[in-house]
Design a binder for this molecule. Structure first.
Ligand code: C2E
Ligand code: CA
Ligand code: CA
Length: 588
């Protein structure tokens, strides 16, 4: 048999078969029982639940054969899927279609074969339930025929149940992401142009908080309320999917731009009012991502693109956003940077620290340096910390990075101290570092083991450290303080600047945000603000450091306003340690 017969609806059949591949070697107890039962009842050595795929057959369950698949061209079951009823070969050696078949002349030596196709509701045969003997046999009695049919039906029921379970989102009962993927892909295979919409409802972190504060049943109830409101707003024949814990989705077939936009508009309107769940009103943050899919194009990445535009729409507070290439480039770059960053931490030559001097504003003497991280990516070249630090902060990568910086800076401080240079080294730490007792332990340990003076090290952090776990953060800061380690509040004056809050922090200096410097020379109002901020900070007992001072004029202004220290290009740019040393010498 060289050519294998193909059913008329083969393309459609294949679509279904593809979605079954998770059942391959499923080791499902029900399937196992069914084939064991068949083998026992019919007294045959071999029984199979076989799926006829593209160019092979594979088994959901099998007894009596070791192979897990065979080429489709040899498969008896490939013939079985041609019919809707029993297919039986009483002696393969007598049958011209099979007498030279490798499965007949070789292992396992098939002589008798009987099978009933596994039929879907729309009568596509996915494969068959079959029994095989190595001896010829008479045809099945009507009773046995109906037994085999029942077994095939049971196997098919099982397939359907498994599939259903993998496609249903439990709490909402909606189809899930897998099912959306399957439906989108099958529409594209069928040559349809479609629009897919992902509707984000709340930030995942917010949902987490809801679960923490109000419990899982509440969050499940909330999602049900959202689902109902969505379903009411969508046209009746739309199928709603639950794509992630906080995101729904639907497909608009052949939808024109206007139709899709007005629909998204309506959804945004509908979700403008809070949802009341068990008496508690909750504000939804709706944002829709819209993606047009053309079967003629490469659509491999569609789900990622869709999700990223929905995410972006929600985060930026726009009602909807079409997938935009720029958005995607930014994400791809973020992905590349993050995936190379963990390697960079272990590479010898990618990361280094540069040091920028801080000078006493009156004497002009250098009092310390700020260590600033530099990364040279092997392909992309120098990457600014302003780009990669915020990315790392969103992941667990910030931890090894902060440790790397701390280790390097403390070694450097030790080295300088050994040579009689008592320069304080400041490093930047992230908010998440400060609520981690292990990180703080490690810093204290490093300071001790290098026997440097605690006051040779300063940690700079922004007010955002207090956003989460303020108690834990305070505890950690005091532990550092107890070791004599200095603490500075960075980018001061930008954020929340809750003064009463700040008084709780054991910091000794504040670093004015650079944005002040940018405006101060031109805007009179800013001048008054900066003057007031400096005064207030000093009254609260902080040393005030002006950052980003680029001109002599600004330097004088800072002096005049009573700043203690200045850091900026006017004094010096950040530079490698050796260069800093010669810079110092040249100033003497
Ligand atoms: P930052 O802590 O506010 O650091 C000061 C930034 O201003 C540095 O940028 C510095 O090079 C730059 N700068 C200094 N003087 C001037 C000036 O006169 N004019 C202008 N226009 N800029 C000046 P850099 O090195 O690109 O770092 C950017 C930010 O990245 C830092 O802002 C800090 O938030 C973060 N960062 C840098 N290194 C680290 C690190 O090791 N760990 C952490 N967590 N963050 C870091
Ligand atoms: Ca800083
Ligand atoms: Ca700063």
């Amino acid at each position: 048999m060289d050519v294998c017969p193909l059913p008329q609806n083969e393309a459609e059949r294949q679509n279904k078969v593809q979605s079954l591949r998770s059942l391959e070697n499923a080791e499902d107890e029900v399937f196992e029982k069914l084939v064991a039962l068949a083998s026992e009842y019919f007294e045959v050595p071999i029984a199979l639940v076989s799926i006829v795929d593209d160019n092979r057959q594979w088994f959901c369950a099998r007894v009596g054969v070791d192979v897990v698949e065979t080429p489709r061209r040899d498969a008896f079951c490939a013939h079985a899927v041609m019919a809707e009823t029993l297919f039986q070969v009483c002696d393969a050696l007598d049958d011209p279609r099979f007498r030279d078949n490798p499965l007949v002349v070789g292992e396992p030596g098939i002589r008798y074969y009987a099978s009933v196709p596994l039929l879907t509701e729309d009568r596509l045969a996915l494969g068959s339930f079959c029994i095989i003997d190595t001896k010829p046999r008479p045809p099945l009695s009507p009773r046995d025929e109906s037994m085999l049919e029942s077994l095939a039906q049971l196997a098919m029921l099982r397939i359907r149940n498994i599939r259903k379970a993998t496609f249903i989102d439990q709490p909402t009962g909606l189809y899930n992401r897998l099912r959306l993927e399957e439906d989108v892909e099958s529409a594209l295979r069928a040559g349809q142009r479609i629009t897919v919409v992902a509707a984000d409802m709340i930030a995942p972190a917010f949902l987490n908080d809801i679960v923490k504060v109000l419990g899982y049943p509440f969050s499940a109830a909330l999602m049900l309320h959202i689902k109902t409101r969505l379903q009411q707003a969508l046209p009746e024949d739309y199928l709603l999917y639950k794509v992630s814990p906080t995101r729904f989705g639907f497909i608009v077939e052949g939808g024109g731009r206007e139709a899709v936009e007005s629909l998204s508009h309506r959804l945004a309107d509908v979700f403008a009012a809070p949802i009341e769940c068990e008496g508690i009103p909750l504000q939804i943050r709706f944002g829709a991502g819209i993606l047009n899919l053309d079967p003629a194009l490469d659509n491999r990445d569609w789900l990622r693109l869709l999700v990223s535009s929905a995410d972006n729409a929600r985060e930026t507070g726009v009602r909807w956003r079409y997938y935009e290439a720029a958005l995607d480039h930014a994400q791809q770059r973020a992905f590349i940077l993050l995936s190379s960053l963990s390697k960079a931490v272990h590479a010898e030559d990618q990361l280094r620290l540069e040091y920028q001097p801080r000078v006493d504003v009156l004497s002009g003497r250098m009092v310390g340096v700020e260590g600033l991280l530099r990364w040279r990516h092997p392909q992309l070249g120098g990457i600014s910390p302003a780009e990669f630090i915020p990315l790392a902060e969103k992941t667990a990568l910030i931890r090894p990075l902060s440790l790397w910086v701390a280790e390097r800076a403390i070694e450097q401080a030790f080295e300088w101290q050994r040579r009689g240079l008592d320069w304080k080294v400041s490093i930047n730490v992230s908010a998440s570092d400060m609520d981690d007792a292990d990180f703080v332990d490690r810093i204290i340990e490093l300071v001790r083991s290098h026997q440097i003076d605690g006051s040779c090290l300063e940690l700079e952090f922004t007010e955002s450290v207090l956003m989460k776990n303020p108690e834990e953060v305070r505890r950690n800061l005091f532990r550092l303080r107890d070791q004599g380690i200095e603490l500075a509040i960075d980018d001061f004056g930008t954020g929340y600047s809750n003064w009463s809050y700040l008084r709780d922090l054991p910091a000794s200096s504040v670093k004015l945000d650079q944005s002040f410097m940018r405006n101060v020379q031109t805007e009179e109002r800013d001048q008054r603000v900066v003057g007031a901020v400096i005064q207030l900070a000093r009254q609260l007992g902080y040393r005030v450091v002006a950052e980003g001072v680029e001109t002599e004029e600004l330097y004088r202004l800072m002096q005049w306003w009573g700043c203690d220290e200045v850091q900026g290009y006017y004094v010096a740019r950040p530079m490698p340690a050796e260069q800093l040393e010669s810079w110092m010498q040249s100033r003497d």
